[in-house]
Design a protein. Sequence first.
Length: 181
Amino acid sequence: MKRINPIHLVLVIVLAGSLGCQPEGSAPDHAHGTGSGQHTHQPEGDHEHGTGAGQHTHEKKTPGPNGGRLIASVSPQVEFLVKEDRHVQLTFVDSALKPIDVPEATVSLIGGDRQAPSELGFQVSGTVLISEGALPEGNVVPVILSFQIPPASDPIVERFNVDFSICSECKLVEYACICGH
Ligand SMILES: [Zn+2]
């Protein structure tokens, strides 16, 4: 068995202490964070929650320009909106959420019951894309949207429920709700 030299051990602790606790200000603030009680000051993990960096917080989401659901996983971003005739309107927007012209894109939607799903294509109509058919019946319609921008690129797939009930907080339809719940 290897015997640990006590002096060596002390040195390690002192070193670890001085490295781990760089004085950032006069009073080191380790109170926020996980509250594990240990004097751990991990440079990354400590700041994941609650510092308002905006990445992992459940703040209000941004509504689309027409009150629809903003899909930010694609570039340019696109607003998903169901019109009164249940046709889907896709409005592409810039970073300031201003509508822009429809880019070269292939978009398809599969919606409704898994047993008998409807597949909808889209056509350019002015400055938006409009689905060639209507969404299937129902107050909650699961959809899978596939975006290829430009058309030959790898598809980006977005799945969500088109829930037509009204959110009691923001008064938007649930599929476009911005409350983050
Ligand atoms: Zn809401």
